[in-house]
Design a protein around this ligand. Structure first.
Ligand code: FUL
Length: 447
């Protein structure tokens, strides 16, 4: 039994947990988008019943090139489309259901939005990913073993017909369907299909590669760790703890995901461990994932809020997934895009004036940086995560005073100083608590 969190053997064990190649590549993407679109857009539902006629999908064509162009102008690196939400309506041509875009007037029943958007993404240099809801309110086999065949078949279609998929996003909502239907999902079978047909794809949320940060409000923990107990990888898949009601922003009993601390040493004792980094998912509107005029008019997040979400995620060892829902004309509302472009510009401004550092001196747990005297405002630093995540507490000192105190670093920590430090020519980063020795990849200072 491990009992001592200072024990070297224990620290060796936890620092032996490192990301795989696809997890590192995924973390590099930093900010990417969700598109929630489907029958719900037209019926103004969040969780569609599965009984709405496909004719409610009123459009005959959409310019997905325009979507990709607009999203890329916000600094996005990828797009995840709701190929199927909980209502079961598919935005792609599937041999296994009639409940799809093929039964609508979209491109006279020959349209396929997954194909269209994946092509547009490639054209504009964006990665393309798929949200496929395990919970399906339309499919008759739901609640029986045959549903696993149905889901596996659809997954195979999606893995085979649309080129490279960077992420499969499995929503844990309503693990147990309504009307007493209880579906036992064959997750291992689903994962095996993806591993075989799309070996580089990340499986997020109900999956082993990237974890839900625990809320949809843009909040992160003070310390966000990527090394956590392996049992978390199964949590969202458990029916009894899944989200049961529409609009609930949290899965109340999803042990771990929402805990205030996750991955602290004490929580790792005697646990099997895995590398499971956090992803923050938010919608550009504070409520709802599908478009509604009311949400657009009254609940669009402010630039300040979006900026904070960025610093709380990309700047705090997580990735950021921002939903931008198309409206009933099949357009991404320009209000959303403008807000995100402005947010991007504000963020870029913070990093405009990179200070050229004359010398960096590493001395155990203290790093000293020297440069020409000037005003400094932001320090960004990163650990070499191929050597795991190690730093637990640090302080930045300038002119002999502590100007910033932080905890975890991981992939990236953006340290915004509470006030600009003028005529500064040296900073010192003191690592006060670390799992064995630190491995720093990069330190940058901005004026
Ligand atoms: C939730 C779903 O129920 C919402 O409709 C949305 O898809 C969101 C991303 O996840 O669990």
């Amino acid at each position: 039994m491990e009992q001592n969190v200072e024990n070297t053997e224990f620290l060796k064990r936890i620092t032996a947990v490192v990301p795989d190649k696809k997890q590192i590549e995924f973390q590099n993407l930093e900010y990417y988008n969700f598109i929630h679109f489907g029958l719900n857009t037209f019926t103004k539902n969040e969780w569609g019943s599965g009984n709405v006629s496909p004719h409610a999908f009123e459009l005959t064509d959409i310019d997905t090139d325009e979507w990709a162009k607009q999203l890329s102008s916000t600094g996005s690196t990828g797009v995840i489309l709701t190929a199927k939400h909980h209502d079961g309506f598919c935005l792609f041509q599937s041999k296994y259901t009639d409940y799809s875009i093929a039964a609508s007037k979209y491109r006279q029943g020959r349209g396929d939005l997954v194909k269209q958007l994946s092509d547009s993404c490639r054209k504009y240099g964006l990665k393309f990913g798929i949200y496929l809801s395990p919970w399906d309110r339309h499919e008759k086999t739901y609640g029986t073993e045959a549903y696993n065949d149905f889901f596996a078949n659809q997954l195979t279609e999606l893995c085979s017909n649309y080129g490279e998929i960077f992420c499969f996003w499995f929503d844990g909502a309503c693990g147990e369907g309504e009307n007493g239907k209880k579906q036992i999902y064959d997750w291992n079978r689903y994962f095996e299909i993806i591993h075989r047909l799309q070996p580089d794809a990340i499986i997020s949320n109900c999956g082993p590669d990237v974890r839900w940060i625990g809320n949809e409000d843009g909040k992160a923990r003070a310390s966000e760790f990527s090394v956590v107990p392996s049992k978390l990888q199964d949590n969202l898949k458990i029916a009894s703890v899944s989200q049961k009601t529409e609009g609930a922003t949290v899965m109340k009993k999803a042990i771990g995901f929402m805990d205030k601390t996750l991955g602290e040493r004490e929580q790792l004792l005697n646990e099997e461990l895995c590398w499971y980094p956090a992803e923050m998912d938010i919608s550009v509107t504070r409520i709802g994932w599908f478009w509604r005029p009311l949400y657009e008019n009254l609940h669009t997040r402010s630039i300040k809020n979006l900026e904070n979400c960025y610093y709380n995620s990309v700047g705090s060892n997580a990735t950021l997934l921002v939903n931008i829902p198309p409206n009933t004309k099949g357009e991404l509302p320009s209000k959303f895009i403008k807000r995100l472009v402005k947010t991007r510009k504000k963020i870029e401004k913070r990093f405009e004036n990179k200070i050229s550092v004359d010398s960096i001196d590493y001395n155990g747990n203290v790093v000293k940086l020297n440069f020409e005297p000037q005003t400094i405002r932001t320090v960004v630093f990163s650990e070499d995560i191929t050597k795991s995540q190690r730093i637990e507490s640090f302080a930045i000192k300038a002119c002999g005073k502590t100007v910033y105190e932080g905890t975890t670093v991981g992939f990236k920590k953006i340290c915004i100083l509470s006030r600009p430090i003028k005529k500064c020519s040296e900073i010192e980063i003191e690592i006060n608590r670390c799992r064995l020795e630190p491995h720093i990849r990069k330190i940058e200072v901005f004026g």
